[in-house]
Write a protein that binds this ligand. Structure first.
Ligand code: FUB
Length: 340
């Protein structure tokens, strides 16, 4: 997960060709989860900082400690930082690494979902509750029972049910679990075995627990109808699940991690199986790629991040937004972050 080296000239050239600009530049923000609440766009990003931690393949250099919520009147309007929404110091069970969050609203309350490491180094997912989209949020004293790994994304369906999708391999620890049970001996499956999928669980009415046993979501190869293989690094799920609905179909989008693509798969059912469809975004500057997709006034927007503002530092990223299109068949046109 080390930085790719760029010269200042290369960075300037990429900035000139970039298809979008950072939403804010006074802090680093990443993993932007965008929602329309109260007629505005609220964005729930990670808050990247330079903590001086060494680079490693488990993302030890991502040492974020709090969350700031951003707000826009529309996706083309300036973004405003609403200030501190939640600090790790105010989460009784969490010690460090406040990674990619998401949010949802139900019955007049707002819920901030976030992964963080317990003192023993294991990721779990917590929830904090507020009265306003921007917080402040008060954390529940314990993580969500039965939660694990990272990158919660909460999808509210038209029938009123809410589902959490979560998971990420490598630093996100998903490869250590089978059937929701942790075993440090587990690793990623062999290349010719089915890849690990993200995990889904319906949420309880109070939005604070899983209402059912979490289960794995399958992503199938459209060619043979079989699950994508673990060795298929250009297409298999790595982290950053997100779900949106378009034309009555569920779209599961995600990062392929070490190959740096944002891809998507579709299904008629929130639990899947999903069928792989293609790429949404080619690789950005910086190792990670992570996004959300939101509709605003009938147009669709991809919130994503890159590391251009920091000159290519992988753990100092900036959230951005660009419009995406679904064609007549519902396919999403692939975007190139620096033109081409
Ligand atoms: O921001 C920390 C981690 O990097 C996120 O949880 C992953 O999705 C990746 O973007």
């Amino acid at each position: 997960m080390a930085d790719q080296e760029y010269t200042p000239e290369q960075i300037e050239a990429l900035k000139a060709k970039a298809i979008s600009q950072p939403l804010v530049t006074h802090i680093y923000t990443a993993d932007p989860s965008a929602h329309v609440f109260e007629g505005k766009i609220y964005i729930y990003p990670s808050h990247d900082i330079e903590a001086g931690a060494a680079f490693d393949d488990d993302g030890g250099h991502f040492q974020m400690r709090d969350y700031h919520v951003l707000v826009q009147d529309s996706p083309t309007s300036p973004a405003r930082d609403c200030g501190l929404a939640l600090s790790v110091d105010d989460v009784p069970w969490a010690e460090r690494q406040m990674w990619a969050p998401d949010a949802a609203t139900r019955n007049g309350k707002y819920y901030l979902y976030f992964p963080a490491k317990r003192p023993d180094g294991i990721f779990q997912i917590g929830v904090a509750v507020g009265d306003r989209p921007e917080g402040p949020f008060k954390a529940e004293p314990e993580p969500i029972r039965g939660s694990y790994s990272i990158d919660p994304a909460v999808y509210g369906d038209e029938d009123g049910e809410f589902y959490m999708y979560f998971g990420g391999i490598w630093g996100g620890q998903l490869q250590k679990y089978r059937d929701n049970r942790y075993d440090p001996a587990h690793e990623e499956p062999a290349d010719d075995e089915p890849a690990l999928g993200p995990i889904i669980a319906r949420l309880t009415e109070d939005m604070k627990q899983f209402a059912e046993t979490p289960r794995e979501v399958l992503i199938l190869d459209p060619e043979d109808g079989k699950p994508l293989r673990a060795g298929d690094h250009d297409r298999r799920f790595f982290e950053a699940p997100w779900v949106h609905k378009y034309g009555g179909r569920y779209y599961l989008s995600y990062s392929t991690g070490n190959t740096h693509y944002l891809c998507y798969a579709t299904s008629d059912n929130p639990y899947g199986p999903f069928v792989y469809q293609g790429r949404i975004l080619e690789p950005v500057v910086g190792w990670t790629t992570h996004h959300s997709i939101v509709e605003f006034d009938g147009r669709w927007w991809l919130y994503y991040h890159d590391s251009l503002l920091s000159g290519g530092v992988t753990h100092l990223r900036s959230a951005k937004v660009v419009e995406i299109e679904h064609d007549a068949q519902g396919r999403i046109r692939t975007l190139h972050p620096y033109g081409g």
